[in-house]
Design a protein around this ligand. Structure first.
Ligand code: FEO
Length: 406
Protein backbone atom coordinates (compact mmCIF):
# COMPACT_ATOMS: atom_id res chain seq x y z
CA UNK A 1 0.00 0.00 0.00
CA UNK A 2 1.26 3.47 -0.84
CA UNK A 3 2.70 5.74 1.86
CA UNK A 4 3.25 9.31 0.67
CA UNK A 5 3.40 12.78 2.18
CA UNK A 6 2.54 16.16 0.74
CA UNK A 7 5.10 18.98 0.76
CA UNK A 8 3.02 21.36 -1.32
CA UNK A 9 -0.31 20.64 -3.02
CA UNK A 10 1.65 19.77 -6.14
CA UNK A 11 4.81 18.27 -4.61
CA UNK A 12 4.58 14.82 -3.04
CA UNK A 13 7.23 12.80 -1.19
CA UNK A 14 7.12 9.31 -2.69
CA UNK A 15 10.21 7.82 -1.03
CA UNK A 16 10.56 5.06 1.54
CA UNK A 17 12.32 4.05 4.77
CA UNK A 18 14.64 1.07 5.13
CA UNK A 19 15.04 -0.14 8.71
CA UNK A 20 16.60 -3.50 7.85
CA UNK A 21 19.75 -2.25 6.20
CA UNK A 22 22.72 -3.51 8.22
CA UNK A 23 25.35 -1.30 6.64
CA UNK A 24 24.82 1.74 4.45
CA UNK A 25 27.29 1.60 1.56
CA UNK A 26 28.45 -1.68 3.12
CA UNK A 27 30.37 0.25 5.78
CA UNK A 28 28.21 2.46 7.98
CA UNK A 29 25.90 0.88 10.50
CA UNK A 30 22.47 2.51 10.48
CA UNK A 31 20.77 1.37 13.68
CA UNK A 32 17.97 3.87 13.13
CA UNK A 33 17.54 2.98 9.46
CA UNK A 34 17.71 5.34 6.52
CA UNK A 35 15.27 7.00 4.16
CA UNK A 36 15.50 7.19 0.39
CA UNK A 37 13.69 10.31 -0.71
CA UNK A 38 12.03 10.83 -4.05
CA UNK A 39 9.68 13.69 -4.93
CA UNK A 40 6.91 13.92 -7.51
CA UNK A 41 5.78 17.26 -8.92
CA UNK A 42 2.30 17.46 -10.45
CA UNK A 43 2.50 20.42 -12.82
CA UNK A 44 1.33 20.65 -16.45
CA UNK A 45 4.00 18.03 -16.81
CA UNK A 46 4.70 15.48 -14.10
CA UNK A 47 8.28 15.42 -12.86
CA UNK A 48 9.91 12.85 -10.57
CA UNK A 49 13.05 13.89 -8.72
CA UNK A 50 15.22 10.77 -8.38
CA UNK A 51 14.27 7.21 -7.59
CA UNK A 52 15.22 5.01 -4.61
CA UNK A 53 17.34 2.06 -3.56
CA UNK A 54 16.27 -1.32 -4.89
CA UNK A 55 15.52 -2.49 -1.32
CA UNK A 56 12.38 -0.35 -1.24
CA UNK A 57 11.32 -0.52 -4.88
CA UNK A 58 7.90 -2.03 -4.21
CA UNK A 59 6.44 0.71 -2.04
CA UNK A 60 8.21 3.34 -4.15
CA UNK A 61 6.47 2.27 -7.35
CA UNK A 62 3.15 2.10 -5.48
CA UNK A 63 3.77 5.62 -4.18
CA UNK A 64 4.57 6.98 -7.63
CA UNK A 65 1.48 5.35 -9.17
CA UNK A 66 -0.75 6.63 -6.38
CA UNK A 67 0.64 10.17 -6.49
CA UNK A 68 0.32 10.29 -10.28
CA UNK A 69 -3.36 9.47 -9.88
CA UNK A 70 -3.60 7.98 -13.34
CA UNK A 71 -1.50 10.64 -15.06
CA UNK A 72 1.52 9.58 -17.04
CA UNK A 73 5.05 10.32 -15.85
CA UNK A 74 6.62 12.90 -18.15
CA UNK A 75 10.07 13.49 -16.66
CA UNK A 76 12.64 12.04 -14.30
CA UNK A 77 15.30 14.45 -13.05
CA UNK A 78 18.45 12.66 -11.88
CA UNK A 79 20.48 14.37 -9.15
CA UNK A 80 22.89 11.57 -8.41
CA UNK A 81 23.68 8.21 -9.98
CA UNK A 82 24.71 6.35 -6.83
CA UNK A 83 22.49 3.26 -6.73
CA UNK A 84 20.81 4.17 -3.43
CA UNK A 85 18.96 6.70 -5.60
CA UNK A 86 19.33 5.36 -9.10
CA UNK A 87 19.01 1.57 -8.86
CA UNK A 88 15.31 1.68 -9.73
CA UNK A 89 15.60 3.87 -12.82
CA UNK A 90 15.43 0.86 -15.10
CA UNK A 91 12.32 -0.40 -13.31
CA UNK A 92 10.79 3.07 -13.55
CA UNK A 93 11.31 3.14 -17.30
CA UNK A 94 9.73 -0.30 -17.64
CA UNK A 95 6.66 0.92 -15.75
CA UNK A 96 6.58 4.37 -17.38
CA UNK A 97 7.99 3.89 -20.86
CA UNK A 98 7.04 7.42 -21.88
CA UNK A 99 9.28 9.06 -19.27
CA UNK A 100 12.01 11.39 -20.45
CA UNK A 101 15.18 11.78 -18.42
CA UNK A 102 16.67 15.14 -17.51
CA UNK A 103 20.30 14.76 -16.52
CA UNK A 104 23.78 16.07 -17.19
CA UNK A 105 26.43 14.52 -19.41
CA UNK A 106 28.26 12.76 -16.57
CA UNK A 107 25.01 11.23 -15.35
CA UNK A 108 24.24 10.07 -18.87
CA UNK A 109 27.57 8.27 -19.02
CA UNK A 110 26.95 6.61 -15.67
CA UNK A 111 23.44 5.56 -16.72
CA UNK A 112 25.00 3.65 -19.59
CA UNK A 113 27.64 2.16 -17.28
CA UNK A 114 25.18 0.95 -14.66
CA UNK A 115 22.40 -0.28 -16.92
CA UNK A 116 24.31 -1.24 -20.08
CA UNK A 117 21.51 0.40 -22.03
CA UNK A 118 21.61 3.40 -24.33
CA UNK A 119 18.90 5.75 -23.09
CA UNK A 120 20.01 8.58 -25.40
CA UNK A 121 16.68 8.82 -27.21
CA UNK A 122 14.88 9.68 -24.00
CA UNK A 123 17.52 11.95 -22.43
CA UNK A 124 17.39 15.75 -22.33
CA UNK A 125 20.85 16.90 -21.30
CA UNK A 126 21.22 19.93 -19.05
CA UNK A 127 24.17 21.88 -17.74
CA UNK A 128 24.83 24.58 -15.14
CA UNK A 129 22.31 27.40 -15.43
CA UNK A 130 20.01 25.71 -17.93
CA UNK A 131 16.31 26.30 -17.34
CA UNK A 132 13.47 23.83 -17.68
CA UNK A 133 9.76 24.59 -17.37
CA UNK A 134 7.13 22.03 -16.41
CA UNK A 135 4.28 24.55 -16.69
CA UNK A 136 3.83 26.77 -13.64
CA UNK A 137 7.24 25.71 -12.31
CA UNK A 138 10.55 26.78 -13.74
CA UNK A 139 13.76 25.01 -12.75
CA UNK A 140 17.44 25.75 -13.01
CA UNK A 141 20.28 23.29 -12.52
CA UNK A 142 23.30 23.69 -10.28
CA UNK A 143 26.24 21.37 -10.71
CA UNK A 144 27.57 20.05 -7.40
CA UNK A 145 30.58 17.89 -8.30
CA UNK A 146 31.86 15.60 -5.52
CA UNK A 147 28.88 16.26 -3.27
CA UNK A 148 29.16 13.34 -3.24
CA UNK A 149 30.08 11.95 -6.68
CA UNK A 150 31.38 13.93 -9.67
CA UNK A 151 28.07 13.90 -11.58
CA UNK A 152 25.89 15.33 -8.81
CA UNK A 153 23.61 18.24 -9.59
CA UNK A 154 21.04 20.14 -7.59
CA UNK A 155 17.79 21.46 -9.01
CA UNK A 156 16.28 24.78 -7.98
CA UNK A 157 12.56 25.38 -8.39
CA UNK A 158 12.46 29.10 -9.09
CA UNK A 159 8.69 29.17 -8.68
CA UNK A 160 8.33 27.79 -5.14
CA UNK A 161 11.97 28.35 -4.10
CA UNK A 162 12.55 24.67 -3.43
CA UNK A 163 16.09 23.34 -3.66
CA UNK A 164 16.56 19.65 -4.40
CA UNK A 165 20.00 19.08 -2.88
CA UNK A 166 20.90 15.44 -3.68
CA UNK A 167 22.89 13.92 -0.78
CA UNK A 168 23.65 17.31 0.76
CA UNK A 169 21.74 18.07 3.98
CA UNK A 170 20.75 14.42 4.32
CA UNK A 171 20.97 12.35 7.46
CA UNK A 172 21.01 8.75 8.56
CA UNK A 173 17.79 7.59 10.21
CA UNK A 174 14.41 6.51 8.93
CA UNK A 175 11.76 9.19 8.76
CA UNK A 176 9.30 7.13 10.80
CA UNK A 177 6.29 8.98 9.46
CA UNK A 178 7.74 12.43 9.91
CA UNK A 179 8.89 14.28 6.84
CA UNK A 180 9.79 17.81 7.93
CA UNK A 181 12.68 18.57 10.27
CA UNK A 182 10.32 20.77 12.29
CA UNK A 183 8.24 17.70 13.11
CA UNK A 184 11.22 16.50 15.17
CA UNK A 185 13.65 17.84 17.74
CA UNK A 186 16.24 17.80 14.97
CA UNK A 187 19.10 19.50 16.79
CA UNK A 188 18.42 17.52 19.97
CA UNK A 189 17.77 14.09 18.50
CA UNK A 190 19.08 13.91 14.94
CA UNK A 191 22.08 16.20 14.64
CA UNK A 192 24.54 13.48 15.69
CA UNK A 193 23.36 11.18 12.89
CA UNK A 194 23.35 14.09 10.44
CA UNK A 195 26.94 14.80 11.44
CA UNK A 196 27.91 11.13 11.11
CA UNK A 197 26.26 11.07 7.69
CA UNK A 198 27.97 14.24 6.47
CA UNK A 199 31.44 13.55 7.82
CA UNK A 200 31.62 9.97 6.60
CA UNK A 201 29.86 10.37 3.27
CA UNK A 202 30.94 13.82 2.11
CA UNK A 203 33.53 14.87 4.71
CA UNK A 204 36.45 14.37 2.34
CA UNK A 205 35.03 16.95 -0.08
CA UNK A 206 34.89 20.07 2.08
CA UNK A 207 36.11 22.50 -0.61
CA UNK A 208 33.53 21.20 -3.08
CA UNK A 209 30.78 21.54 -0.47
CA UNK A 210 31.95 25.08 0.21
CA UNK A 211 31.71 25.88 -3.51
CA UNK A 212 28.11 24.69 -3.65
CA UNK A 213 27.20 26.52 -0.45
CA UNK A 214 28.48 29.69 -2.12
CA UNK A 215 26.20 29.10 -5.11
CA UNK A 216 23.24 28.30 -2.85
CA UNK A 217 23.82 31.49 -0.86
CA UNK A 218 22.68 33.45 -3.91
CA UNK A 219 19.30 31.69 -3.95
CA UNK A 220 16.14 32.47 -2.05
CA UNK A 221 15.28 29.12 -0.48
CA UNK A 222 12.01 28.22 1.21
CA UNK A 223 12.24 24.44 1.17
CA UNK A 224 15.18 22.02 1.01
CA UNK A 225 14.56 18.51 -0.26
CA UNK A 226 17.52 16.14 0.26
CA UNK A 227 17.73 12.53 -0.85
CA UNK A 228 17.96 11.21 2.72
CA UNK A 229 16.33 12.42 5.90
CA UNK A 230 14.14 15.38 6.60
CA UNK A 231 12.75 18.11 4.37
CA UNK A 232 13.56 21.60 5.64
CA UNK A 233 11.02 24.44 5.62
CA UNK A 234 12.05 26.15 8.91
CA UNK A 235 15.30 27.00 10.70
CA UNK A 236 17.43 25.89 7.78
CA UNK A 237 20.02 28.57 8.56
CA UNK A 238 21.04 26.71 11.72
CA UNK A 239 21.68 23.53 9.76
CA UNK A 240 23.49 25.47 7.05
CA UNK A 241 25.80 26.85 9.73
CA UNK A 242 26.74 23.28 10.70
CA UNK A 243 27.54 22.49 7.07
CA UNK A 244 29.66 25.57 6.88
CA UNK A 245 31.73 24.41 9.90
CA UNK A 246 32.00 20.78 8.81
CA UNK A 247 33.01 21.61 5.26
CA UNK A 248 35.66 24.07 6.39
CA UNK A 249 37.02 21.52 8.92
CA UNK A 250 36.46 23.93 11.78
CA UNK A 251 35.53 22.23 15.07
CA UNK A 252 32.00 22.65 16.33
CA UNK A 253 33.03 22.79 19.93
CA UNK A 254 36.05 23.23 22.18
CA UNK A 255 36.28 19.71 23.55
CA UNK A 256 38.38 16.55 23.44
CA UNK A 257 37.83 13.41 21.41
CA UNK A 258 39.84 10.72 23.18
CA UNK A 259 40.19 7.45 21.27
CA UNK A 260 42.15 4.53 22.64
CA UNK A 261 43.12 1.02 21.56
CA UNK A 262 44.00 -1.27 24.43
CA UNK A 263 44.50 -5.03 24.50
CA UNK A 264 44.75 -5.77 28.24
CA UNK A 265 43.49 -2.51 29.70
CA UNK A 266 46.73 -0.70 30.57
CA UNK A 267 46.47 1.85 27.76
CA UNK A 268 42.79 2.20 28.61
CA UNK A 269 43.77 2.92 32.22
CA UNK A 270 45.98 5.81 31.11
CA UNK A 271 43.17 7.10 28.88
CA UNK A 272 40.71 6.90 31.77
CA UNK A 273 43.05 8.82 34.07
CA UNK A 274 43.57 11.52 31.44
CA UNK A 275 39.80 11.76 30.90
CA UNK A 276 39.29 12.18 34.65
CA UNK A 277 41.98 14.85 34.85
CA UNK A 278 40.35 16.72 31.95
CA UNK A 279 36.90 16.44 33.51
CA UNK A 280 38.29 17.83 36.79
CA UNK A 281 39.44 20.83 34.80
CA UNK A 282 36.02 21.36 33.22
CA UNK A 283 36.95 19.97 29.81
CA UNK A 284 34.31 17.98 27.93
CA UNK A 285 35.67 14.59 26.77
CA UNK A 286 34.10 12.32 24.17
CA UNK A 287 35.79 8.97 24.67
CA UNK A 288 35.91 5.86 22.51
CA UNK A 289 37.41 2.38 22.57
CA UNK A 290 38.40 1.89 18.93
CA UNK A 291 37.84 -1.86 19.29
CA UNK A 292 34.24 -1.32 20.35
CA UNK A 293 32.88 1.75 18.59
CA UNK A 294 32.66 1.66 14.79
CA UNK A 295 35.00 4.16 13.18
CA UNK A 296 32.19 6.20 11.60
CA UNK A 297 31.10 7.43 15.06
CA UNK A 298 34.66 8.38 16.01
CA UNK A 299 35.25 10.12 12.69
CA UNK A 300 32.10 12.11 13.33
CA UNK A 301 33.26 13.30 16.74
CA UNK A 302 36.75 14.01 15.44
CA UNK A 303 35.09 16.55 13.13
CA UNK A 304 33.15 17.87 16.12
CA UNK A 305 35.92 18.34 18.68
CA UNK A 306 38.80 20.80 18.68
CA UNK A 307 41.35 18.53 20.40
CA UNK A 308 42.12 14.88 19.67
CA UNK A 309 43.99 12.41 21.87
CA UNK A 310 45.00 9.05 20.45
CA UNK A 311 46.25 6.35 22.84
CA UNK A 312 47.26 2.94 21.52
CA UNK A 313 49.38 -0.05 22.21
CA UNK A 314 52.10 -1.36 19.94
CA UNK A 315 51.10 -4.40 17.90
CA UNK A 316 53.06 -6.34 15.27
CA UNK A 317 55.78 -3.69 15.54
CA UNK A 318 53.20 -1.09 14.53
CA UNK A 319 50.03 0.29 16.04
CA UNK A 320 47.03 -1.76 17.15
CA UNK A 321 44.83 -2.50 14.17
CA UNK A 322 41.65 -0.71 15.23
CA UNK A 323 43.62 2.50 15.85
CA UNK A 324 45.45 2.07 12.57
CA UNK A 325 42.12 1.76 10.77
CA UNK A 326 40.69 4.80 12.53
CA UNK A 327 43.66 7.00 11.65
CA UNK A 328 43.55 5.84 8.04
CA UNK A 329 39.86 6.72 8.01
CA UNK A 330 40.44 10.18 9.47
CA UNK A 331 43.14 10.91 6.89
CA UNK A 332 40.90 9.60 4.09
CA UNK A 333 38.17 11.98 5.21
CA UNK A 334 40.58 14.89 5.02
CA UNK A 335 40.31 15.85 8.68
CA UNK A 336 42.54 18.81 9.47
CA UNK A 337 43.07 21.81 11.76
CA UNK A 338 43.12 19.97 15.08
CA UNK A 339 45.31 19.95 18.18
CA UNK A 340 46.61 16.41 18.79
CA UNK A 341 48.24 14.40 21.58
CA UNK A 342 49.58 10.86 21.36
CA UNK A 343 49.99 8.23 24.08
CA UNK A 344 51.80 5.06 23.12
CA UNK A 345 52.36 1.77 24.91
CA UNK A 346 54.76 -1.09 24.28
CA UNK A 347 56.23 -3.67 26.62
CA UNK A 348 59.58 -4.09 24.87
CA UNK A 349 59.79 -1.81 21.80
CA UNK A 350 57.10 0.89 21.80
CA UNK A 351 56.39 1.81 18.15
CA UNK A 352 52.76 2.87 18.16
CA UNK A 353 53.46 6.55 18.79
CA UNK A 354 55.79 6.80 15.81
CA UNK A 355 53.35 4.95 13.58
CA UNK A 356 50.39 7.04 14.77
CA UNK A 357 52.32 10.21 13.92
CA UNK A 358 53.07 8.77 10.48
CA UNK A 359 49.37 8.12 9.95
CA UNK A 360 48.47 11.61 11.16
CA UNK A 361 51.15 13.22 8.96
CA UNK A 362 48.96 13.49 5.80
CA UNK A 363 46.33 15.48 7.74
CA UNK A 364 46.80 19.19 7.19
CA UNK A 365 47.38 21.76 9.92
CA UNK A 366 47.54 19.33 12.82
CA UNK A 367 49.38 20.75 15.81
CA UNK A 368 50.89 18.46 18.48
CA UNK A 369 50.50 19.14 22.17
CA UNK A 370 53.99 18.08 23.22
CA UNK A 371 55.88 14.84 22.73
CA UNK A 372 54.39 11.37 22.85
CA UNK A 373 53.72 9.98 26.31
CA UNK A 374 55.30 6.53 26.34
CA UNK A 375 54.10 3.72 28.60
CA UNK A 376 56.11 0.54 29.07
CA UNK A 377 53.37 -2.01 29.75
CA UNK A 378 51.57 0.15 32.33
CA UNK A 379 51.48 3.68 33.65
CA UNK A 380 53.91 4.42 36.50
CA UNK A 381 53.38 6.79 39.41
CA UNK A 382 55.97 9.08 37.86
CA UNK A 383 54.00 9.31 34.62
CA UNK A 384 50.89 10.66 36.31
CA UNK A 385 52.61 14.03 36.13
CA UNK A 386 52.80 13.74 32.34
CA UNK A 387 49.06 13.13 32.12
CA UNK A 388 48.43 16.04 34.47
CA UNK A 389 50.62 18.25 32.31
CA UNK A 390 48.71 17.23 29.18
CA UNK A 391 45.40 17.89 30.92
CA UNK A 392 46.73 21.29 32.03
CA UNK A 393 47.84 22.15 28.50
CA UNK A 394 44.46 21.23 27.01
CA UNK A 395 42.49 22.94 29.78
CA UNK A 396 44.58 26.09 29.36
CA UNK A 397 43.41 26.26 25.75
CA UNK A 398 39.79 25.21 26.00
CA UNK A 399 38.74 24.70 29.61
CA UNK A 400 36.66 27.82 30.03
CA UNK A 401 35.05 27.35 26.62
CA UNK A 402 34.39 23.63 26.96
CA UNK A 403 30.84 22.38 26.69
CA UNK A 404 28.63 19.98 28.55
CA UNK A 405 25.74 18.10 27.06
CA UNK A 406 25.24 14.84 25.24
FE1 FEO B 1 22.74 8.79 -1.08
FE2 FEO B 1 25.74 9.40 -2.62
O1 FEO B 1 24.12 8.56 -2.32
Amino acid sequence: MHCTRKIYDDLIWVGADDRRLACFEGVYGVPDGVSYNSYLLLDDKTVLFDTVDKAVFEVFFENVAYALGGRKLDYLVISHMEPDHAATIEGLILRHPEVRIICNAKEKAMLAQFFRTDYSDRIDLVKEGDVFSSGRHEFSFIMAPMVHWPEVMMTYDRTDKTLFTADAFGTFGALNGRLFSDETDFFGEHLSEARRYYTNIVGKYGPQVQAVLKKAAALEISTVCPLHGFVWRKDFAAYLEKYSLWSSYEPEEQSVMLAYASVYGHTENAANILAARLAERGVRVRMYDTSVTPASYIVSDAFRCSHLVFAATTYNAGVFVTMENLLHDLAAHNLQKRKVAVIENGSWAPMSGKVMRELIAPMKNMEYLGDNITLKSALTEDQLAALDALADAIAAEIGPKSVSGD
